[in-house]
Unconditional design. Structure first.
Length: 246
């Protein structure tokens, strides 16, 4: 029951913010459910990938998913995620957790900056996408995804706004498709090196997917800036906990 409640909460945040919820999966599995670090990373990739795919399909049905920029950054993240996963399989657990904590602090800072520099009611502005910039960003974000098992949506969303020319809502939708593709490539990179149980992943991902779809529906009626600020504080606090645990 605890695991399903956790899955629902993570999925809800993922759908609500278009990213961010996935960064909680590895520390939750490691510290709350006793998973070994690498098993937690690979399980996170599977769960986040399935939940993000469900959210992307829901966004496509609502008409908020722009496929071209999503596929550009998604395809490039696949390359980076596969390479990151191959490297992550050989890292010490403490090293992976330290990298994860650093990523969480960076994510918190990015979310806080974004919330403080985005108008409360922004006027949607669609500019010409920059495919080369999107591709380069995607490779780097994919490496992070493969290394520590996060979806990277907290960075993919601003990348799609800046380099993809999308307004925030459409960027959040596109990030879900990119995350689904990146996590799939990350799983391929860990294949044969780390084992995980589909019997745990499938129900966890199903509940997380329901949370993602619900979060996406609620997102249209919630103050995103305040949510981002609160969530930034939460993930930085968890990062500090990871670092102090060593």
């Amino acid at each position: 029951m605890e695991g399903l409640a956790l899955a629902l909460g993570i999925g809800f945040v993922l759908g609500l913010l278009g990213g961010g919820g996935s960064i909680l999966v590895v520390p939750a599995l490691t510290y709350l459910m006793g998973f070994e670090t690498k098993t937690a990373v690979v399980t996170s990739l599977a769960v986040v990938g399935l939940a993000a795919a469900a959210g992307a399909l829901a966004s496509f049905a609502r008409g908020t998913l722009h496929l071209v920029p999503a596929l550009i950054i998604g395809g490039s993240t696949m390359v980076g995620a596969y390479a990151g996963a191959r490297a992550g399989a050989h890292l010490a657990d403490t090293t992976q957790l330290t990298i994860l904590a650093a990523v969480m602090i960076g994510a918190g800072a990015a979310m806080l900056y974004q919330s403080l520099h985005t108008p409360a009611d922004p006027t949607p502005r669609i500019t010409r996408p920059r495919p080369m910039a999107l591709g380069a960003l995607g490779v780097g974000l994919g490496v992070i995804t493969g290394l520590v098992g996060v979806g990277g949506g907290f960075l993919i969303v601003p990348a799609l706004v800046i380099a993809g020319g999308l307004p925030m809502r459409e960027a959040s939708s596109a990030s879900l498709l990119a995350m689904a593709l990146a996590t799939m490539a990350g799983l391929a990179g860990y294949a044969g090196r780390v084992q995980f149980a589909w019997s745990f992943v499938l129900p966890f991902a199903a509940v997380a997917s329901a949370g993602t779809i619900t979060g996406g529906l609620v997102a249209h009626h919630m103050p995103h800036q305040r949510l981002q600020q609160v969530f930034a504080v939460v993930i930085v606090s968890i990062a500090v906990f990871i670092l102090t645990r060593g």
